[in-house]
Design a protein around this ligand. Structure first.
Ligand code: ADP
Length: 352
């Protein structure tokens, strides 16, 4: 149970924090930073050991930008992927909910890799895991560590794992994990990115061997770039493929129904599904968006002014709207790419 630190009469908590963390006076910390550190203090009003040597501004960045307090995705929002969902429940959700049972022989892997084409629901799965397991969700794109946090990536990684360990159970989702743990570069690899990779593997090793309730999920659409060390740590590797026809139908229905725009017949849906072979979940979303503009564009073409337009002036979305949208929204994944994923899945995937 989290008990907020209480300010005592002598020195207040924030003073204790700042002197411990920075060796500076309280004034040196911004209000927002101080507040954020206070939130991480234990019942004794002290900052946990792991965070003491970290820079407060990085802790603040992790708490405010990387930590997602309300990921807000449920299993029921994700179309298809039944098999992957089932595995995830057993491999990660149960162990996070019942660590007492999942010990010894049953102790779970702490690293999960979700691989497959872009826009197929990998991030959604990560968020849903956090939601279902009542865990804190941390999202970071690995490429931001190398591009945006040049030279500071290592420190940010330490802050990330440090804050996560104070917010257990925690799910750390690392998008584009290949850019962090790739096997290429080795010769021309920059010293800094090598150090970043080492730091990352050390942190993973740390919680893997301990009793921490932290799960690391890496997502990638370039699994073939991961090296052996990365594969070894990401013990479960799930292929997240393109949506099936049923899943595509579900996405269309779900998005349109949410807005009260669903009036398509079963035959229309079947026709759209036939025409969208090879579309990813996110392509489908873009397609529905574009199709739903059809009735609006038509009403405006008929001379109704946008400011005067009533919802009733617009007809429902039709098959024709989808056919028009299909000209604009093309599938983003090629069949060549798909066979790469399937090959890798056969070789390294957990469910191959
Ligand atoms: P990625 O696999 O690249 O992490 P995301 O999970 O970020 O993809 O998905 C991007 C968007 O595409 C989602 O916000 C959602 O709207 C849509 N989408 C992708 N896959 C699915 C799916 N299986 N079910 C429902 N929506 C999906």
């Amino acid at each position: 149970n989290f008990v907020p630190p209480v300010k005592s009469n002598g020195g207040n908590t924030s003073n204790m924090i700042s002197s411990r963390v920075l060796g500076k006076s309280d004034d040196a910390l911004e209000d927002s930073t101080r507040k954020c550190l206070e939130m991480l203090c234990g019942p004794d009003g002290e900052l946990p050991e792991k965070l003491r040597n970290l820079e407060p501004r990085l802790i603040e960045h992790v708490s405010n930008e990387i930590m997602d307090k309300d990921p807000n995705v449920r299993w029921s929002d994700i179309a298809g992927l039944e098999h992957a969902k089932k595995c995830v429940v057993e491999m990660v959700i149960w162990p996070l909910l019942r660590p007492d049972i999942f010990r010894g022989c049953r102790s779970p892997g702490r690293g999960l890799l979700l691989f497959g084409p872009p826009g197929t629901g990998k991030t959604m799965i990560g968020k849903a895991i956090a939601g279902e397991a009542k865990a804190t969700f941390f999202y970071i794109s690995a490429s931001s560590l190398t591009s945006k946090w040049i030279g500071e990536g290592e420190k940010l990684v330490r802050a990330l794992f440090g804050v996560a360990s104070c917010r257990q159970p925690a799910v750390i989702f690392v998008d584009e994990i290949d850019s962090l743990l790739s096997q290429r570069k080795s010769d021309g690899e920059h010293e800094s990115s090598r150090r970043l990779k080492t730091q990352f593997l050390i942190e993973m090793e740390g919680f893997d061997s301990g009793n921490e309730q932290i799960l690391l999920i890496g997502a990638t659409n370039r699994p073939q770039e991961l090296d052996e060390a990365a594969r070894r740590r990401l013990t479960k590797r799930l292929y997240i493929p393109l949506p099936s026809a049923e899943a595509r139908a579900w996405i269309i229905r779900n998005l349109l129904e949410k807005d009260g725009l669903f009036k398509l017949s079963e035959e229309d849906i079947v026709a759209i599904c036939r025409l969208t072979e090879g579309y990813s979940g996110s392509d489908m979303k873009n397609l529905v968006k574009d199709a739903s503009m059809g009735p609006l564009r038509e009403a405006l073409r008929q001379g109704i002014e946008i400011t005067k337009l009533q919802k009733e002036d617009m007809r429902p979305v039709t098959l024709q709207d989808f056919e028009n949208a299909l000209q604009e929204v093309r599938p983003s994944v090629s069949s060549n790419e798909l066979s790469t994923y399937e090959d890798w899945n056969r070789q390294f995937g957990s469910l191959a």
